[in-house]
Structures are given as structure tokens and as C-alpha cells.
Design a protein around this ligand. Structure first.
Ligand SMILES: [Zn+2]
Length: 192
């Protein structure tokens, strides 16, 4: 079962600026002056490109990794940039401590990515509690469903995200004190 998050915000598909390769060298037949002129054009193009393509995907992904490290247990989690079945993010339950982020839909969108990570880290902690408890996935899911009135795996992950400061939640936006207590238990790798 792939537990998935889909943020409620509209996703604008921004065309990521593709890296620009330097122009190829001028033909040997060009005069020295022509070659110098061509080289200066190439440098100008490189300067323009570096000023107009920020943030680069590499910078953005490094930011996401750094933010994940600030979340509880996040330094033990790996980000896999791919496609979690069209959703913004996903974690396999049961599964490894890997958060799959949608490279195409999220790349360059730092704040949306941070909220997705706040939700997905909850699934990582759910996995740890599930493994340690010896419960079946059905038993564990039933426990969360009872606490969150259905869809407990996802709603409790949103409760964790809310505790961690998320502003965009997909499955539930307001929580009872008991549900927030359950979210704290999840962050502590315990079954609520
Ligand atoms: Zn989820």
C-alpha cells in the first residue's frame, strides 16, 4: 500500500529552465577577431543563463534535503526524486525510510515541498511503529481509523504535519486534542 499525499494547492507546471550548454567553438576559418567576438558572446550567454535559471534543480533539491534533516528523524530518511503515482509525495507502508517526491510537479517549489515532507515524515514514523509493534498493517490501520474517524493513516499524517508547522494539509485541517496527542505518539514511533 502506498500512502500518498496530494497537497490541496493548485500546481502550476513551471517549465524548468534547462541547462544551457556553451556554444560550440567557432569554425577554424574565422579570423582571430571573429573568434574573440564569438568567445565574448559565449561568456555573455553564460552570465545571462546563470542569472536567469536560479534556483537550479540541484540547489532546490539540496534545500529540500537540508529541510528534511531538520524534521524529527529526518536525517535517517532518503529522498527519492521520481513519480509517486502522480501524487506530490509518497511512502511505502510497510517500506523503507524513503520519501518519494514528485520531481516533475514539485521541483523548484520549496514551500510546497516542505509541507509535503512534513506529511511524509509521518509515514516514515508510522512504518517504524508498525514494525516495532508486531501489529499487522490491518490492525495498525484500524487503530488509526478509530482515532481519526476513518482514513487514519493519512489524517494522522496530516496531524503530524500540522504539529510540524505545515500550512497546507490535504486530508484534515483541524484536530482534536486527542488526535494531536496521537500525532505526538506517531512522532515518537509508538502506536497511538
Ligand atoms: Zn500520506
Amino acid at each position: 500500500m502506498l500512502a500518498l499525499v496530494a497537497a490541496a494547492i493548485a500546481v502550476a507546471t513551471s517549465a524548468a529552465a534547462s541547462p544551457r550548454s556553451p556554444d560550440s567553438p567557432p569554425p577554424a576559418a574565422l579570423s582571430r577577431a571573429d573568434a574573440a567576438w564569438a568567445a565574448s558572446l559565449t561568456r555573455a550567454a553564460q552570465v545571462w543563463a546563470s542569472a536567469h535559471t536560479a534556483p537550479t534543480p540541484a540547489d532546490y533539491r539540496a534545500q529540500a534535503e537540508a529541510f528534511l534533516d531538520t524534521l524529527p528523524g529526518g536525517d535517517a530518511v532518503t529522498i527519492e526524486w521520481g513519480d509517486p503515482e502522480g501524487h506530490l509525495g509518497g511512502v511505502w507502508i510497510p517500506g523503507p525510510p524513503t520519501i518519494i517526491l514528485n520531481a516533475q510537479r514539485l521541483d523548484g517549489r520549496v514551500e510546497a515541498t516542505q509541507d509535503v515532507l512534513r506529511h511524509e515524515i509521518a509515514h516514515v514514523h508510522q512504518n517504524l511503529a508498525l514494525t516495532a509493534s508486531g501489529l499487522s498493517l490491518a490492525q495498525y490501520t484500524a487503530r488509526l481509523d478509530a482515532l481519526f474517524d476513518g482514513d487514519g493513516v493519512e489524517r494522522s499524517a496530516d496531524a503530524v504535519a500540522a504539529l510540524l508547522g505545515a500550512t497546507t494539509l490535504r486530508y484534515q485541517s483541524e484536530f482534536t486534542p486527542a488526535q494531536l496527542d496521537a500525532a505526538r505518539e506517531i512522532l515518537a514511533d509508538r502506536v497511538p
